[in-house]
Design a protein around this ligand. Sequence first.
Ligand code: E4P
Length: 219
Amino acid sequence: MAIFIDSSDPKEIQELYGWGVLSGVTTNPLIIAREAPDADLGERIREVLKVSWGDVSVELTTETEREQLEEALVYHAWDRERICIKVPMSEHGLRVVHALTKKGIKTNVTCMMAMNQAYLAALAGATYVSIFSGRVKDLGYDVRPVISSTRTILEREGLPAKIIVGSMRSMFDINEALEAGAHIPTITPPLLRKMVHHPRTESTIEEFNNAWRNRGSKK
Ligand code: E4P
């Protein structure tokens, strides 16, 4: 079991890695465009690498097979151990995954909504298969069978791919993904912070602190 952080913000990533609960980072073009529209992608990712450990997923922004293979090699050179190439699921995306796998380059096949997609990605050699919980649910479908059937098939076939569940919108989504068989939830910083808190925890701590501060005052 592991938790990844779904962010490209080096400050947030450094702060939250300090908790000792994270072991990887996922980014995507939308996250980077929102968090740092003017940033140079290479500089941003190098900053992220400095303040984290474990795999850092960087998504391809080009669209053809040839461009994607070239782009992947540029990202891979930033850190040959830790950069994981995030490949959007498509027919030529599978070819890209297969080619990168043969070169020993890690891949994270992304934007997947169904078990059949995740199965193909795992067969092509993906290190990670990413299922998008919130986006499946936006369409009115239950994501739990997608996750659990993917876990079942990966185990039955002996495929080493790990299931990342992203596109998490709530605490419920995280709990549901973990119970259904996700290996790794990837969680945004605000949602990760929410995992720490519970109103009853906070009122209990306050009660204990007050009792300690006021001890002896009723003698
Ligand atoms: C996962 O790897 C993705 O970066 C992310 O979770 C997508 O989430 P979204 O649906 O909020 O864009």
